[in-house]
Every structure is written in C-alpha cells, then in structure tokens.
Design a protein around this ligand. Sequence first.
Ligand code: NDP
Length: 337
Amino acid sequence: NRRIVLAARPRGLPTPRDFRIEETSVPTPSEGQVLLRTLYLSLDPYMRELMNDVGPAYAPSVPLGETMAGGTVSRVVASKNPRFRVGELVLSRAGWQDYAVSDGEDLVPLGEMARPSLALGGLGMPAFTAYVGLLDMGQPKPGETVVVGAATGAVGAVVGQLARLKGARVVGIAGGPDKCRYAVEELGFDVCLDRHDSRLAQQLADACPDGIHVYFENVGGVVFDAVLPLLNIGARVTVCGVIAHYNDDAPASGPDRLPKTMSTVLQKRIRMQGLVILDHYADRYDAFRRDMGEWVDAGRVKLREDQVDGLESAPEAFIGLLQGRNFGKLVVRVAGD
Ligand code: NDP
C-alpha cells in the first residue's frame, strides 16, 4: 500500500520535495467498515490551498506527514458493512493512496458506469460547479456574452458549453493556441483568447462588442484585469476560483486594484457571488446528474479527460495543473477498472 503524504508546506509553486511517497501495510477493516482500492484519483486546484498552514474556510488543511486529501473512485474489496458489497464502485474521499478504510458515511455508490473516472469530472464535482455557478448564479440569457477563463479545464469547458446551450455567446480564455483551437472547434465557443498574449485586454474588448453580461471567475490575475472594464451594468460574476493566485506567497506588486474593483462593482451594479460547491449537493445534485447525463449522452456536452498513470505520478501532475500543463479534467489512474 503506497500513500503520498505532505512532506513540507510549499512556498509558492509546490515542488516534488513537498511530497513523499510511503509504503504502509494494507489496512484491515473493522466491524462496520469497508476496504477500498483506489482506481482513480482526482487532482484539483483546491488541493494547493489544503497544503497551506491555514486551509481554506470550507476544509481543513492537510497536516504535515499526513496523506494528501482528494476525491477518488474506489472499488470495495472487503466489506464488514452491510450497506456495501465487494466489487461495488464508490465515490470516496480516500486521498492519494492505494487503499483506504471507510465506515461508509462518506461514500456514494456509483452503480455501473461505462467510464467510472467521469464521476470525478464531467459527471461529478467540477461539472456540478459549472452547473450551479453558471445556471443558478450567472443566469445567462440568449444573446448575452459569457466569459470564462481556464476555458478548456474541468470547470471552464462545461461552463462554456452550458452557456452555449442556453443561447449565450461564449468567449473563453485559455493557455495557448492548442487549447484555444479546441475550445472553438470542439466545444463550440464563439471565441477563445490566449491568456499569455500581452494584447489580451484589447483582444477581449474586441471580442465583446456588447460588453460582458456574465463572468465566471476561475482565474483572477491578468484575466480579471481584462474583464473588469468590460462588465456591463447588472453583470453577474460568479467567483469560483482564482488559480492565478494560489501560489502567491506575497501581496502582488503594482497598483492597488481594490479602488478600481470596488468602484466598478458599485457603478455597474454588479452582482458578485462566491461559490463553494459543497453547499449545493443537497438541493441541486440530483438535477445536475439528470441534466448532465442527458446532455452528455446526446453529445451536447463534450468531456475531455487528461489521465496520467500511476499514483507516483500525482505530485508532478498536480504541479503541472497549477501551471496549465493539463488539458482537460486531470485524473490519476491508480489501478485498472
Ligand atoms: P482546470 O482543469 O481548469 O485546471 C486548472 C487550469 O487553470 C489550468 O489548466 C490552466 O488553464 C489554469 N491556470 C493554471 N495556472 C494559471 C495561472 N497562473 N493563471 C491563469 N490560469 C492558470 O481546473 P478546474 O476546472 O478543476 O478548476 C478551475 C477553477 O475552478 C479553479 O480556480 C478552481 O479552484 C475552481 N473550483 C472551485 C470550486 C468551488 O467550489 N468554488 C470547485 C471546483 C473548482 P489554462 O492553461 O487554460 O490557462
């Protein structure tokens, strides 16, 4: 049984030395517990915040020397819990390890799935985030302009495609020409701009002649700077993430952005709403599963995964995620289906 633990708290971008792989014995389930074999491990941006001393408000940080936290698709390989049978697939929070035990409270049975890893992406948390953040909070109307960054990622790709389904015009921002081409040609975005281009602000203004009605904030940084002056009166801004800042270890240099931001929010009567997806499972998850299942089956929403092989690849892949090296929902294949 291998597990990857947090070896050191990163300063800035994590390095491989911030992680350590350890060998332990396979745990034995006690009465009421199940033993889980990890098949797929999800790698997500929020894990960077769990590596800090003080974690984000919605989750505890990972203690030094403890297994990195994370969502998994796991198979029940031994069961002393009558609610779970051996062989069953479950969604779990087993973290970055081969095996884990659970009392079943945090497990979601997955039933039979043709592609079980999708439970971590296009049929799971990131796509659910897009669904709530765009449809419930952003509320795009036909003909409106929706802008989203990290546009080909797990959340952004679904945001853009759902906005198109609702009849909106979609402008994506992504890292590099390959991702931008994919967003337009495969995902149906109207335009996609490269965030590395120094002319981004002007290009975005040109791409949004009617201004921006809905901004789905995944990124912060230069993307937010380009968006802010283009927001329309009454624009809706869903604040989902600011990945450009997760590795910041000092306040940004340059002019203070607060006055410009706040006066824009005021003058443009912006409705800005923070999103923590954990809040919405009780009310909205069933509707999401039904709608998303239909859209995916009908080919109306395309899902792209970036799978890497082997638990030992997780640290490098995660470091890559924080720099845009993933292309699609990043998943580690820990063991075969
Ligand atoms: P992605 O699959 O989109 O992967 C992350 C992407 O972020 C990279 O591929 C890269 O895309 C972009 N990125 C990385 N570094 C930077 C940088 N310095 N500046 C700008 N962009 C960068 O991840 P997810 O779809 O899982 O997550 C997207 C966002 O949604 C994140 O901010 C995440 O924290 C947030 N989130 C929030 C949730 C919530 O409940 N609030 C739930 C789930 C996700 P590119 O190369 O195209 O720029």
